[in-house]
Design a protein around this ligand. Sequence first.
Ligand code: SF4
Ligand code: SF4
Length: 235
Amino acid sequence: MNSKELKGFAVDAGATVARIADLDRLRGIETMPPDLLDGFRYAVSLAVALSGSIMETITDRPTPIYASHYLRVNALLDETALKVTRYIEERGARAMPLPASQTLDEERNVSYLSHKAVAVAAGIGWQGKSLLTVSPDYGPRIRLVTVLTDADLVSDEPLKNRCGGCTKCTDACPAGAIKNVNTDSHYASRDEALHFERCVRHVREVCARMENIGASICGVCIKVCPWGAKKREAA
Ligand code: SF4
Ligand code: SF4
């Protein structure tokens, strides 16, 4: 299957960025169920950019318009992943779209697999100190989805970490959850980068205070990253 044409189709179908991860880079990653990746060779990682204007409404907490936007972008990701699945299947290969946002274990806050880890392996961005995937073009102002496939494809290369000495997300996090630890490629566990329980507690508390928000969100570390604000400044 022609990888360039597949990625072009994904962008026409709604993705802002589409890249391909070799699953050999992700063997050993936690998945639910544990054999989720068996029989697949690649993951198509799709990103949809968040609206810069909506991200700018966030100060130290999420806003109702960000909550609505977040849900709408998730819906677009799921729809795009479905179209990419159909494209692959029509060409005779297997494809499995994983939901953009479906928590399988509320206590541990885990899903089928980490879309962020797939996006880092595909070179959509590097893993920032906030654990977010930081795209050179959109910063962490993206949301992600994954399609697993056994199609014969050519994978993309991961990017180098460019967080450097930046501490903006660490300084802004209202929960004091980001440890300001850098990594060359990826963290061994999320606890290496975050006091994860502080982040989860904060998100639950802040969302419980907002009426009908319908999503578990915060957005502060996404908003403050200079790589995400870059596009707006350049305009
Ligand atoms: S989502 Fe909010 S609480 Fe969690 S790390 Fe980011 S800024 Fe901190
Ligand atoms: S705010 Fe700075 S340290 Fe945090 S993810 Fe962005 S570039 Fe990296």
